[in-house]
Structures are given as structure tokens and as C-alpha cells.
Design a protein around this ligand. Structure first.
Ligand code: BGC
Length: 827
């Protein structure tokens, strides 16, 4: 793997630098960027989260980002070409926002659905994760934007993520958790890898011997290894391991490299050649992203991609939706003669398009289910049904009005420690987040106090809830009367992700007449924030009047009973599924199960749309006509939903992860005394269900389209598999399928391998290859699928081994529906 640039030139640039200059480069300059070094011809290189969009260096509504569907949704397409196109779209976004390297994709596995970042990872299966990950990275890097494959390795859940030691046996580590990293490094040539917060088998990942032994020595990786943010713990151990870049910076604030590393080098405790290699890798990354003077980007011309972003995001969301159940072919709805649609549910009016944590971006707009169905011209009536479980949302239009009444938004004033106003901003939203200083206004230490001013204008008479969420000292005043003057504190032991996504909330009732306005001022002492070293964050909250959950539920059921069809949108939110903590229950929050049951009892034509990034329990699934799983669908969510409900787009998704029927037998995400042992070994997801003979609610790979298929034949060792095998040891199979329905359709043909008489312990079956096919009614398509050699190997005694003999093959539409069988004998 070569950078396409002369390493000798890069080495000579390294040789020009003093030890101080070199060591300075090894820690970030700030939260999101590397230091420039003119003596090496290096400009500032910018890094940015994350998988569902490119955030850029600021993190609020003034700098919006295209919000692509959650990574679970991307994997649910099983469509590598589509995901590669999303990679190119993200690269165009990165260019637009001055970002060189995206901190994505996240390729940890869905070991357990409790994992807080489940929505941010692709799948429970290493092969599917690898294929989707390779496509994502290829798309991104083909445009000269770097990918950072993360989090290497074993960051499959969030509880105690900063300190937990994951104990996992060598075979499981290789066959499951390292497999996607290996494929992406080897096949897509990822330019960066992020070392995780956690430890594996006794070493914290930024100091782990795996970095050098596996990435460098085994896989020949020539890219950069950066730490997760603040994951670098020790000076020398991390320097001797193959960690190249400690993030964030600067070192004076975040250590532990900087001067301490300089001393270690001077004292001979860390060899300077190690430092040179790290700098070389930084320069190599810079060459690749076009960040080095006179060095061309390895990826050729950097023309802005012409992408119709809304169109692509809408089609991708639809292609990810999994139609899990469709009794009596309720879907697609026939537009002609369709009467009133009752749209019900807590996730129907506010678009829930992403999960929480560093993957959060500010989209330019979002299309909620209500917006999407209305835009499709349907006669829609809306009732939330239940709201009690939702965190109060930030104040927004039409209630949030600037102090002079000129439009939606709020004014911010920044005060210095001596009480002078040193800057101001006009904002359109009430989410305030500064992570890297206060932009042009000043560095964190220059700002002492913030003041947010706005009007809250009532649209109807009633009791509004006004409040604040954040950490630190806040004073909230309405018409100059103090409502609240206290310090909100973080839960002891809370992870930074929880601190950011779900800080404490304080609310007070405010009785307003229709049309009445109150002047609101929120003051915050910046130095009381736990993030004061680099900024602060908080939100002004407002909940408009609504009925009790009992009243709302009654209204929703009455609406459903009197409508032609009921569409209930249930789900989670970014505060339920987030970085920084795991879920402790898979149940839908609040009274959503009760809502679904009551609506389904009132109207047999009930479609339940499940808007979550990860599996939730659906104990009523067999009592409703249709179940559509939509993930966090990105900014075009509502439009894609209308397309699929009306049959203008095919629900193209297939499950990238098993949806369990209950919480029994799932791996735990809870460490015991700092240790999380992967006792289940190879048996996660469908591998566990198959071994135990347990029935999930919906199996891995499952999903219906709007047509039907017959699986007609499987031929092993056929010649026309695409792509053709790069080495002889791969196996090509051809599967013939026929569209037996009356609509054009899309099918994901899946091939699983098994080895019933194996001398080693194995899963009952495992995914060995797949392909997407499109066919018209009556059309037969033969699709060639390449099963890589690795799909038949297992890890034993420190190496990959092929157990000679006959492997059974089975093809079909999910891990639980495999009508075609064959076999292949390998030596
Ligand atoms: C997350 C990373 C992310 C980084 C920078 C960390 O907390 O684990 O995935 O890239 O923050 O935001």
C-alpha cells in the first residue's frame, strides 16, 4: 500500500525538523485540527465527526451539515454501490466545510443491542460490516477526504468505556471484531484508524501491542493511528506503541505528550526514530488529503462533486427501510380512494433523524413524518398519543422570538471577566454549544458570562414549561423576575457523552394567554461548566401546552377509529440512543406499547413505523397489520416514509442485525469490576439464536419488498461471479431468482456457509456473501456472488486455517429462510 507519493521526500521533510517541532505535531493544535508546520510544508489539517454527516469545526445551527441516515440504515441497504455514493456525498460535504479527514466509519460490531452507539455501527455481522465499511471508505477517499476507521478495537458498548478492559479470546477477536478493520485497511487502504478508549486483554488501546503487531506488522498499514479524544493515557507507553497522534490538543491542556514526550526522548526513554515514523505518517496523511505544499493529493483532481443531496438522501433512506411485516398486503397504500390518514405517535411531528453524541450534526432542515405525508398530498390528521417520556425540546419557532420581535431566534451577549460586553451573536435556535473556544469572540478564558435574550410568545392559552438543561450555574428570568438561580450538576461518574447528551433539566410552569409574550433572559457563568477549558453547552427549553398522556391517548385512539388507516410512529430519540451510555432496557420508552395496542384495536389497518437506530422490543408485532423499521432516517426521513408507504419507492432494507423478541439471552454491556468479558465468544446475533434454537422476532437479513420472489437454483463454482475472484481460493456461486409478483422489485440474495461435521466449534451458519438484484415482474435474474476465501477460514494457533473438506452453502432471503442448498469441497 503506497501513498502514491515519494516517501523519500517525506523523510527529508521530517529530517528538516527539530525534535521540538516534531513532537509538537504529535498532539492536536486544538479540538479538531493538527498543527501546521511551515518548515515541512504542512498546512493545518482538519478532522471532523462523524458517520452521519460532516459536522465541521462549529457545532450549531449556523453551520449546517447534510444528515445522512444512521449507519444501521446504511448497512440495512446491503448495497455497496449506494453506500459508496454516500461516501462521495460526505466527501463533498467535507470539502464544503473545510474538513480533510472524517472521523468515520464506526465499525465496532452490534455485539449487544444495549450498546449506546449501536445506531452508529453497521451490523452484528463482520462480513456485512466489512463490505459496507469498505464501500463507505472507498467513496470518501476517492474524493481525497480521509476516513478514520474507529474505534480500534472492542469499543462495542459504552458503559465505563474510558477504563473498561474487554476480555476476548484471540479467535473471537480475529473472526469478529478485527475482521472489518482488516478488510477496510487491506482493501480500501484507510488513511487513518482511531484507537479506542477501552482496553483489550489488559492494555488500554492507545498503548496496546495490537496497534503495531497487527496494523503495522501483519496488515502492512501505512496510515495514521490517532487516539480517541483524551484516550492517550501515558507518555512513553503510548509513544512506543504505534499511536501517532494524541487528540485533542493542545498538549498544554490535554497532555500527555508535548513536553513530557520531549523529555522522554531526550532522556533516551523513547527512541527518536519512533517519533520520526509518527511524523512521517502525519505527513503521509497530509499528502493524501492535499495538505502538503507542492505535494499533489493522491486521489487526483478535487472537483466538487455534483450531488443532488436531498434526492440521494431520500432514496437512501427508502432503500434502508425494512418492511418486517405486511399482513394482507396493507402496504403500499393505494393513493386512489385513500381517505383520511391518522398519523399518531411521539416521533411523528418532530423528526428524529439521528442518534446522540459526537455523531450529531445540525441538518439544514428535517422532514418529519408529518411533513412528509402532508407534502405527499395526503389528508393527514395528527395526534401525538403519548409524550410523557420525551425530554423537553429546545425552544423553537413559532414560540421562540428575538427580543426585538423581528423573527425567530435569540440574541447572545458575551461578557469578559471585568463585565464588559465583548461580543454578540444572533441565533435562530436555542441550542448553545461551543467546543473549541468561542469562535471569533474569544478564547475560553476571555469569556466569563453569557446572556441569552429572547421572547417567548404563546400561540395558544395554557401552561408552557420553560427551563434549561446544561451543567453549571444558570439564572433564568422572565420579565426581569428570577425564576431559577442555581447550579445544575452532572451525575457522579457520568461519561462525557452523557454529560453532553442528557444533562440535568430544570423546568417551571408558565401560564400564558394566547398571543402573550414574555421577555426571557438566561444567564450562564461559563467558568462553572465542566467544559470551561474549551467552551460550554446548554439549551433553553420550552414545551407548549398539551394534554395529559391519558387525554392524548384517548384523542389518538378516537382519531384512529375514525380514519381510513392509522400510521403510528413510535421510537427512541438521540437522548435514548447515544454515545456515552448504554441502554438498560430495550422496551420502547414510556407508554408507546400501550398506544400501539390501543390504536391497532381501534383500526385494523394500522401500520407501525419504528423510528429507532437499534432494535427495540415490539411485543405487539403480531397484532398489527404492518411493521416498517426505519432507523434514524436522516434529514429526508419523512419524504422517504411517504414514498415507501405509497409504494413510490420499494422498502429496500434487510436487517443488518437480529431483532430479538425479548431480552433473554443477550450479551451484557455491563462490566464487572472494570472487566467486560465476551463470554459468548463467537456467538453474537444470529449466531447465538441459531446455536440455542431460539426464535428472534425478526431474523438477520429479513425484510419484505412489495413483490415476491422464488429462489430457483444455486450453482457453485460458476464463472460469472462479479467481481471476478482476485485469488483462486475464493468461491463463486450463481443464484437464480425470479420476481413472481406484479411489481418491479429489489431483493438481497444472501449466501450462508456452514460446516456440520466440523472438528472445531463453529456457528450453525455464517454469512459468506450477498448481492442486490433488481427485476421486473416475471423476470429471472442470475446473480453471481463471490464468497471470499476468508469466509471458509477460522483462526487457530496464531494463524488463519482452512479445515479441508465440504462446506454446506445455503442461499435465500434471510438467515432463517434459505431454500437453496449446495456445497463446496475445499482443500
Ligand atoms: C468519540 C469519537 C469521536 C471523538 C471526537 C469521542 O468521544 O468516541 O468517536 O470521533 O469523540 O468527537
Amino acid at each position: 500500500m503506497s501513498s502514491g507519493h515519494d516517501d523519500a521526500d517525506l523523510r527529508s521533510r521530517v529530517a528538516r525538523l527539530s525534535t521540538e517541532q516534531k513532537i509538537r505535531l504529535l498532539t492536536g493544535a486544538d479540538f479538531w485540527a493538527l498543527y501546521p508546520e511551515p518548515d515541512a510544508g504542512l498546512r493545518r489539517v482538519v478532522l471532523s465527526d462523524g458517520p452521519a454527516g460532516v459536522r465541521g469545526e462549529t457545532w450549531d445551527e449556523r453551520d449546517t451539515s447534510a444528515n445522512v441516515p444512521s449507519p444501521t440504515a446504511l448497512a440495512a441497504t446491503w448495497d455497496c454501490d449506494r453506500v459508496e455514493a454516500i461516501g462521495r456525498l460526505l466527501a463533498a460535504e467535507a470539502r464544503r466545510k473545510g474538513v480533510d479527514v472524517l472521523l468515520a466509519p464506526t465499525v465496532n460490531l452490534h455485539r449487544t443491542p444495549y450498546g449506546g452507539r449501536h445506531f452508529e455501527c453497521f451490523s452484528e455481522d463482520p462480513l456485512l460490516t466489512a463490505r459496507i465499511g469498505v464501500a463507505y471508505v472507498r467513496g470518501l477517499q476517492s474524493q481525497g477526504v480521509g476516513a478514520t476507521v474507529k474505534h480500534f478495537v472492542g469499543n462495542d458498548s459504552e458503559t465505563e468505556r474510558m477504563s473498561v478492559d474487554v476480555r476476548v479470546d484471540e479467535r473471537t477477536l480475529r473472526e469478529l471484531y478485527l475482521a472489518p478493520f482488516e478488510a477496510i485497511v487491506r482493501e480500501a487502504g484507510a488513511w487513518a484508524v482511531m484507537a479506542a478508549y477501552n482496553g483489550v486483554n489488559g492494555s488500554t488501546m492507545t498503548e496496546s501491542p495490537l496497534l503495531r503487531a497487527i496494523l503495522h506488522d501483519e496488515w502492512g498499514y501505512d496510515g495514521l493511528v490517532m487516539s480517541d479524544w483524551t484516550a492517550t493515557r501515558g507518555t512513553e507507553a503510548a509513544a512506543r506503541a504505534a499511536l501517532d497522534l494524541a487528540m485533542p490538543g493542545p498538549a498544554e491542556r490535554f497532555g500527555p505528550w508535548g513536553d513530557a514526550l520531549l523529555e522522554a526522548v531526550r532522556a533516551g526513554q523513547v527512541d527518536e526514530t519512533l517519533i520520526d515514523d509518527k511524523v512521517l505518517r502525519i505527513l503521509r496523511l497530509a499528502v493524501r488529503v492535499g495538505g502538503l505544499d507542492g505535494a499533489a493529493s493522491s486521489s487526483g483532481p478535487r472537483s466538487p462533486a455534483l450531488v443532488d443531496i436531498p434526492r440521494e438522501l431520500r432514496a437512501t433512506a427508502a432503500a434502508s427501510f425494512v418492511l418486517a411485516r405486511n399482513e394482507r398486503s396493507l402496504l403500499p397504500l393505494d393513493r386512489s380512494g385513500l381517505g383520511r390518514v391518522a398519523l399518531i405517535g411521539p416521533n411523528a411531528e418532530i423528526a428524529r433523524t439521528l442518534g446522540g453524541g459526537s455523531a450529531t450534526v445540525y441538518p439544514p432542515y428535517t422532514v418529519s413524518p408529518l411533513d412528509g405525508l402532508r407534502a405527499a398530498g395526503l389528508d393527514v390528521a395528527f395526534a401525538p398519543g403519548t409524550l410523557g417520556h420525551l425530554r423537553t425540546a429546545p425552544a423553537r419557532a413559532p414560540w421562540l422570538v428575538r427580543p426585538d420581535g423581528s423573527g425567530p431566534g435569540a440574541d447572545v451577549r458575551f461578557f469578559s471577566p471585568s463585565g464588559e460586553v465583548i461580543g454578540s451573536e444572533q441565533r435562530e435556535a436555542a441550542v448553545f454549544r461551543w467546543m473549541n473556544g468561542f469562535a471569533a469572540i474569544g478564547a475560553p478564558e476571555q469569556i466569563d458570562r453569557l446572556e441569552i435574550s429572547c421572547l417567548i410568545r404563546a400561540t395558544e392559552a395554557g401552561t408552557y414549561q420553560l427551563g434549561v438543561t446544561g451543567i453549571g450555574r444558570f439564572r433564568l428570568l422572565t420579565d426581569e423576575a428570577v425564576l431559577f438561580d442555581e447550579t445544575l450538576t452532572v451525575r457522579k461518574g457520568a461519561d462525557v457523552g452523557e454529560t453532553l447528551m442528557a444533562p440535568p433539566v430544570w423546568l417551571a410552569p408558565l401560564d400564558l394567554a394566547a398571543g402573550q409574550s414574555v421577555a426571557v433572559r438566561l444567564e450562564h457563568d461559563v467558568h462553572t461548566s465542566p467544559m470551561a477549558a474549551f467552551g460550554t453547552f446548554f439549551q433553553l427549553l420550552l414545551e407548549p401546552p398539551h394534554g395529559t398522556d391519558d387525554e392524548e391517548m384517548e384523542a389518538a385512539v378516537a382519531l384512529a377509529a375514525g380514519s381510513d388507516v392509522a400510521v403510528v410512529v413510535v421510537g427512541t430519540t438521540a437522548e435514548v440512543e447515544s454515545e456515552g451510555f448504554d441502554r438498560t432496557s430495550l422496551a420502547l420508552p414510556g407508554r408507546q406499547d400501550e398506544l400501539v395496542r390501543k390504536v391497532a384495536a381501534a383500526n385494523p389497518r394500522t401500520v407501525v413505523v419504528v423510528n429507532s437506530g437499534a432494535p427495540v422490543l415490539l411485543p405487539w408485532a403480531d397484532q398489527v397489520a404492518a411493521v416498517l423499521l426505519t432507523w434514524f432516517g436522516g434529514q429526508e426521513f419523512g419524504n422517504a416514509l411517504a414514498d415507501v408507504l405509497l409504494g413510490e419507492a420499494e422498502p429496500g432494507g434487510r436487517l443488518p442485525t437480529t431483532w430479538p423478541a425479548s431480552e433473554d439471552g443477550l450479551p451484557s454491556a455491563q462490566p464487572d469490576h472494570g472487566v467486560l468479558t465476551y463470554t459468548e465468544g463467537l456467538f453474537i446475533g444470529y449466531r447465538a439464536f441459531d446455536r440455542d434454537g431460539r426464535e428472534p422476532l425478526f431474523p438477520f437479513g429479513h425484510g419484505r419488498g412489495y413483490t415476491t420472489w422464488s429462489y430457483d437454483s444455486i450453482t457453485v463454482d460458476c464463472d460469472d461471479a462479479t467481481p471476478p475472484s482476485p485469488h483462486g481460493a475464493d468461491v463463486a456461486v450463481c443464484v437464480e431468482v425470479r420476481n413472481t409478483g406484479s411489481r418491479p422489485g429489489r431483493e438481497v440474495v444472501q449466501v450462508y456457509a456452514s460446516r456440520p461435521d466440523s472438528a472445531v466449534e463453529r456457528p450453525v451458519r455464517w454469512l459468506a456473501g450477498f448481492a442486490v438484484v433488481d427485476a421486473d415482474p416475471g423476470e429471472t435474474v442470475t446473480v453471481g456472488i463471490l464468497l471470499p476465501e476468508r469466509a471458509f477460514q477460522h483462526w487457530a494457533d496464531g494463524g488463519w486455517t482452512l479445515e479441508a473438506g465440504t462446506f454446506a452453502l445455503a442461499a435465500g432471503s434471510s438467515a432463517a429462510s434459505l431454500p437453496l442448498t449446495g456445497g463446496v469441497t475445499l482443500k
